[in-house]
Design a protein around this ligand. Sequence first.
Ligand code: HEC
Ligand code: HEC
Length: 193
Amino acid sequence: MRIVVFGLLSAALLLIPSSQAADNAAIKDKAAACAGCHGENGISQTENIPSLAGQPDQFIQWQLVFFRAGSRKNEQMQPIAEDITNEDIRNFGAYFSQMTPPKAADDSDPDLSSKGAQVAAGRRCGSCHTDSFAGTKGVARLAGQREEYLVKALHDYKAGARIGGGVAAMADVAYHMSDEEITAVSHYLANFK
Ligand code: HEC
Ligand code: HEC
């Protein structure tokens, strides 16, 4: 009997968090389900899965809304986002945005990076993503993101497989990029310090 009462009480507490601390504990539990793919501390070790640590709060929230609505399509993320509540979306945004962003390792190909730097300057990536490529509001962090994921994302925008927010700003940017430019700028950004 006691166990049943305790169970009911804790369920009620989860639904109506009584304090910020309870909130944090609940979201930490839920984020454990994300770590299997997005990595411990929000830093992905898996090909084609992005790191989430240090992404802007609003960017994370918008992407979860897009997956839930089906306007951003991905076999792995859509089932996860399907039943997600607005409150969870807000909490995930706060949780991952406060984590330390991934740090770039040593650059394996500085020549490719300097080509990528020219692409980024010429196409004014920093005008939206900020000069440090840390992102802001609905605009993604790019610095230190996994290289092959950046390549994939740019090809998805270019092919129209991903439309994105911000009046489809990225579809417009990527449409005009060559494959060589995508390769170079992704290398530059993944290694950006
Ligand atoms: C089974 C693996 C898997 C799990 C579990 C998973 N994700 Fe993802 N997630 C992905 C993949 C793959 C992508 C990239 C999709 C693409 O290429 O468009 C992604 C993308 C995202 C993005 C967009 C990031 C960006 O940079 O565009 C967010 C935000 C996100 N996931 C949040 C979460 C949250 C929150 C959880 C836990 C509730 C979670 N994911 C669990 C595989 C997973
Ligand atoms: C006019 C503003 C603007 C410019 C210029 C711009 N971006 Fe973006 N970028 C955005 C916005 C907004 C998003 C989020 C789109 C979404 O919701 O999918 C984004 C998202 C991205 C993503 C997806 C990141 C992720 O984690 O999923 C990549 C990669 C990217 N931009 C690369 C670039 C590169 C490289 C350039 C320069 C060649 C560039 N962007 C120029 C606004 C811009």
